[in-house]
Design a binder for this molecule. Structure first.
Ligand code: ADP
Ligand code: MG
Length: 304
């Protein structure tokens, strides 16, 4: 049993404010995913908070093993969270029947995986791949709609080719078209350019941006490519299964600026970057003070 005052200390859940992220499309609130293999427990997500607004395109970055694929598996309803809260649109990912999962994957999300071979059926042409999920489109419309999507993503020329007759970048762009077939509100891509060279990666990334701008799809893309931050409005870094920092790119009077933010969780916890901790020898206990318009953090031994 947790008392109200403990809940208050854990982030003021008792306060009469709107629910965390009530107007966001994607809400992850203190999300936990623990993998259990035999006696070994891996905490892949350790209380991750993330909000994504409808219409946004964000990049998710982080070291290998930090929990990025785990998060995408949860958001695509391929996997279920251990604890916390996760909502996408009207779908509560914590309480989904297997029928809900199928409907969610058909209607709400489109997914593109890193392995090109995992995205497309090898014995169908590009156009056939794109029409396959279209159970909500009238039969006579399907082929035309597939053509429009392939055209939008710059791969109309491969419409009648099999995946093995396309380059890796073409396959990934066809995969994006296939993911968009049912007009999902959310497009998830897990390192979609991981197997591609730089030039081809840019084409695939441009296709994701087209999906975001032209089709209005909200896009969450996991990437290793640091240059991607310059191309999206928001880059969220995941460290040890938590969101640790965000880079916002703002266009003010045509100027492109990058600003890096630390993320404060709902309990008020902020991760101080390692360089800062080392520079000032900040360890277990620190002095924290309100200084007018900012908050200072000092080593324990420093004078007040
Ligand atoms: P990333 O995509 O950022 O590289 P993952 O989400 O794949 O990270 O993995 C996060 C952690 O969870 C890693 O320690 C990984 O070994 C572990 N993990 C991922 N999937 C499983 C699984 N099916 N069973 C056990 N551990 C897993
Ligand atoms: Mg991964």
């Amino acid at each position: 049993m947790v008392s109200d005052s403990t809940l208050e200390a854990l982030g003021g859940r008792g306060a009469p404010t709107p629910a965390f992220g009530h107007d966001a499309l994607v809400v992850c609130d203190n999300l936990v995913r623990i993998y259990q293999t035999g006696s070994v427990e891996v905490q892949a997500l350790q209380g991750l908070d993330l909000l994504v607004d409808a219409g946004e395109m964000i990049a998710l970055v982080g070291a290998s093993g930090s929990g990025k694929s785990t998060l995408l598996a949860l958001l695509s309803a391929m996997d279920a969270p251990t604890a916390g809260r996760a909502r996408v649109g009207r779908w509560d990912l914590m309480a989904m029947s297997s029928r809900d999962r199928v409907a969610y994957r058909q209607q709400m999300v489109g997914v593109v995986w890193q392995q090109t071979s995992r995205n497309l059926l090898p014995y169908l042409t590009a156009r056939q791949n794109v029409t396959t999920p279209m159970t909500f489109t009238r039969r006579r419309r399907r082929s035309a709609r597939a053509g429009e999507l392939l055209d939008l993503l710059g791969v109309a020329h491969v419409a009648d080719r099999m995946p093995r007759e396309m380059s890796g970048g073409e396959q990934q762009r066809v995969a994006i078209a296939t993911a968009l077939a049912n007009e999902p509100q959310l497009l998830l891509a897990d390192e979609p350019t991981g197997e591609l060279d730089t030039t081809t990666s840019q084409e695939v990334f441009d296709a994701l941006r087209t999906a975001n701008r032209e089709a209005g799809t909200t896009v969450v893309v996991v990437t290793h490519d640091p240059s991607v931050s310059a191309q999206v409005e928001r880059t969220v870094a995941i460290r040890d299964g938590r969101t640790s920092s965000e880079v916002l790119r703002r266009d003010a009077d045509g100027d492109v600026t990058h600003e890096e933010y630390a993320v404060m969780d709902r309990a008020g916890r902020v991760q101080v970057p390692r360089e800062y901790r080392e520079a000032l020898e900040l360890t277990r206990r620190v002095r924290i003070a309100l200084e007018g318009d900012h908050v200072s953090v000092r080593p324990d031994g420093s004078p007040r």
